[in-house]
Write a protein that binds this ligand. Structure first.
Ligand SMILES: [Zn+2]
Length: 477
């Protein structure tokens, strides 16, 4: 009798799971008006080439920076985008911030389009072509910063240049907000945000670098996905220190700073942060999960039951999927004594943490203290910032960005996601809950790897796509 009831219930459960999976179908897309956009593609390519030729490298030590190269880029702008400089006001704010305002029919609810024009250093010997010559070969422009992110800097300005020449005036003001120190957490974007606050300018829409149109990033989904970041993880660098009286390595005590820290490290790794499927991950699973295979649909359509399974998969696989759903810990630095036969008086470990939107800096520190559970280990938070707020998705601003992505890359599945890296957009936290992080490009896995790496280069068609995206977006602003 009991067995029969259990079997019936199990059968019912399986039926519910299968039915939910069967109904978990892609949402119908509204048909898109998709008029072609007109602009001068050659001019856009040449402009990006000129920008790449400026060695605007940011260093943590500002003394190593070549200010003349930053000035050179700024002085080139009016000749590369002459109509923009006819129509828009332009000002430089401290820390290499550039702010342009394109007056619309109304000054209310403006849009802000962001980019940074500094780049990270290069390891020139490892490049196949010189990183700052702007060489174009076989339909590809080589150079540091082509992808990150002079392409969007140029995309924004070339789009405005084209629209202004066609006599277009946006409904609302559009600001172009550029920073020259994003790669070293410079203050440029902060100064622009402060300017907005001082002038009571409240953006209805902010777009900065972030996701892209990418393939093979979600299990079981073959189609390209246009991922728009609606939040950014927080960041925290943590130092773990242990001390001793030092001494010679020939008669070691049972515990040394190194063994203490090794235990601490093991304990942190054994106690991963709790999985939290926050809005960006939930909406991503709910959008892309509908396009995956039936087996995976059973999981994504029934997360109420399968969350523990997903948790286990994420823990075991690590990487991008895991980073979407929990705070991650990457141990990055360690130091002990500087002689092979000396026990260190102090040893240090450093971990770089990326905080899930559900966690906080204080909560993460408390978690680490509990996991380490050793008074001999001193845990210090070195630098930190909280996760960004989560931007809205069911609103007009989201629709404008999402539509522009779908129009520019027909056939791609547009989805919210959580950005695991940091960008200047995080500074807009008190100013807008319509901050969207999208680098207007379709990128291959190799292209993504070349960002901050060797042989960064961009296909000329990608340069044009970025312009096209911003034209479509600006037309709706
Ligand atoms: Zn960047």
């Amino acid at each position: 009798m009991f067995g029969a009831i259990a079997l019936t219930l199990l059968g019912l459960l399986v039926a519910v799971l299968l039915l939910r999976a069967a109904c978990f179908r892609p949402r119908p897309q509204k048909p898109l008006e998709n008029a072609p956009v007109e602009f001068d593609k050659d001019a856009a390519v040449t402009a990006l080439q000129k920008l790449v030729q400026c060695k605007t490298i940011s260093y943590n030590d500002p003394a190593m920076e070549d200010d003349a190269e930053f000035k050179k880029l700024i002085s080139l702008m009016p000749s590369l985008y002459p109509r923009v400089f006819d129509v828009c006001s332009f000002q430089e704010l401290p820390d290499r911030a550039l702010l342009l305002r394109w007056p619309g029919k109304s000054g209310d609810a403006p849009a802000v389009m962001m980019a940074h024009y500094d780049v990270v250093p290069v390891n020139e010997e490892s490049w196949e072509k010189p990183p700052f010559s702007g060489i174009i070969e076989d339909g590809v422009l080589w150079g540091r910063g082509t992808l990150d992110t002079k392409v969007t800097f140029n995309g924004i300005l070339s789009a405005a240049e084209a629209l202004i020449s066609q006599g277009f005036v946006p409904e609302h003001d559009i600001y172009f907000a550029f920073s020259g120190g994003e790669e070293v957490n410079g203050m440029g974007a902060v100064n622009i945000v402060n300017y907005f606050k001082e002038h009571s300018i409240q953006p209805a829409l902010v777009v900065d670098e972030g996701g892209a149109v990418v393939e093979n990033v979600f299990p079981g989904v073959k189609a390209p996905c246009g991922l728009i970041g609606i939040a950014e993880k927080g960041m925290m660098n943590v130092r773990y220190s242990a001390t001793s009286n030092g001494g010679h390595a020939s008669a070691p005590p049972v515990k040394t700073p190194i063994t203490t820290l090794a235990n601490a490290c093991r304990n942190v790794i054994r106690h991963p942060f709790k999985m939290h499927i926050t809005k960006p991950a939930r909406e991503m699973f709910d959008t892309l999960g509908r396009h995956s295979g039936f087996g995976l649909k059973i999981i994504f359509a029934n997360l109420w039951l399968f969350e523990p399974v997903l948790d286990l998969i994420c823990r075991l696989s690590g990487g991008e999927l895991n980073a979407l759903v929990r705070t991650t810990t990457a141990f990055t630095m360690m130091e002990g004594s500087n002689a092979r036969n000396v026990i260190p008086a102090q040893a240090n470990l450093v971990s770089n943490m990326r905080l899930n939107p559900a966690d906080t800096v204080a909560g993460a520190k408390a978690h680490l203290e509990k996991a380490v559970n050793d008074p001999a280990v001193e845990i210090t938070v070195l630098e930190s910032f909280e996760p960004s707020p989560i931007s809205e998705t069911g609103c007009e601003s989201w629709d404008k960005v999402a539509t522009s992505v779908a129009q520019t890359w027909p056939g791609c599945i547009v989805s919210p996601y959580l950005m695991v890296q940091c960008a200047d957009a995080r500074h807009y936290r008190d100013l807008s809950n319509h901050v969207y992080r999208f680098s207007a490009m379709d990128m291959t896995a190799d292209e993504r790897k070349s960002i901050h790496g060797n042989n960064e280069k961009i296909r000329l068609e990608s340069i044009a796509k970025a312009v096209e995206f911003f034209i479509r977006l600006m037309k709706q602003c």
